[in-house]
Design a protein around this ligand. Structure first.
Ligand code: DGP
Length: 115
């Protein structure tokens, strides 16, 4: 999508250091980190939000949660200590960027409930 900031980042139009990249996914540090480690995992394909994933995206969804999360968690050293995954969805869910992304947040003790 031409006016989507995460499409521009994923496509290399906006230069960003990727902590992870493969054919379908990129991951990079959040501009406004909420913890010592705050990574955004972003499909290269434009999907607006999690409920817009279709049957065709099952492999992509599984890849993110089976492979990518583990690899990044190990890379940044939070796989043993623990971390939090967040997918803000829609206005009431707190989503501010309309391109699906998974927040991987760690490096401190998390609290509950979220704000
Ligand atoms: P959400 O509120 O769940 O839609 O999260 C969007 C996150 O994206 C927010 O934590 C800030 C981050 N963000 C927005 N624009 C940029 C950007 O241009 N670069 C980076 N690295 N992060 C961004």
């Amino acid at each position: 999508m031409s006016d989507c900031i995460f499409c521009k980042i994923a496509g290399g139009e906006i230069k960003t250091d990727f902590i992870y990249e493969d054919e379908t996914v990129v991951a990079f540090r959040d501009l406004n980190p909420q913890a010592p480690e705050h990574i955004l995992i972003v499909p290269k394909k434009h999907v607006a939000k999690i409920i817009d994933f279709s049957a065709d995206d099952k492999n992509l969804a599984a890849h993110i949660f089976v492979d990518v999360v583990e690899e990044i968690a190990k890379k940044i050293g939070v796989d043993e200590k623990g971390f939090r995954l967040v997918i803000n969805t829609g206005e009431e869910g707190g989503q501010t960027v309309g391109h699906l992304h998974v927040h991987l947040i760690g490096g401190r003790k998390m609290t509950w409930p979220p704000g």
